[in-house]
Design a protein. Structure first.
Length: 119
């Protein structure tokens, strides 16, 4: 199983970035996908999630209206479009795959991509 994030980098406040996550080694279309982020010294926080079919999305309050999560099940890809970026958005962004069967939840993580918002 592999989740490989890309698209991070340095961007000025107010700018945009599009993160991508390439998935392999599992049946991607059956798994919910999420983006998390983490700042050193703080807990990892949920940024956005999308269900397996791509029909339902959810966002952390501070990202609503600025970030958009999407997926392409034909390409085994999930994306995070980030607009109107703020310095507080600086973090390592992680791709996560989640699958629930009964009372058990299964989860895979990528290694993360750094996003730095600074002038």
């Amino acid at each position: 199983v592999r989740l490989v994030e890309s698209g991070g980098g340095l961007v000025q406040p107010g700018g945009s970035l599009r993160l991508s996550c390439a998935a392999s080694g599992f049946t991607f279309s059956r798994w919910d996908m999420r983006w998390y982020r983490q700042v050193p010294g703080k807990e990892r926080e949920l940024v956005a999630g999308i269900d397996s079919a791509g029909g339902s999305t959810n966002y952390a309050d501070s990202m609503k209206g600025r970030f958009t999560i999407s997926r392409d099940n034909a390409k085994n890809m999930v994306y995070l479009q980030m607009n109107s970026l703020k310095p507080d958005d600086t973090a390592v962004y992680y791709c996560n795959a989640a699958y629930t069967r009964g009372q058990n939840e299964y989860s895979y993580w990528g290694h993360g991509t750094q996003v730095t918002v600074s002038s």
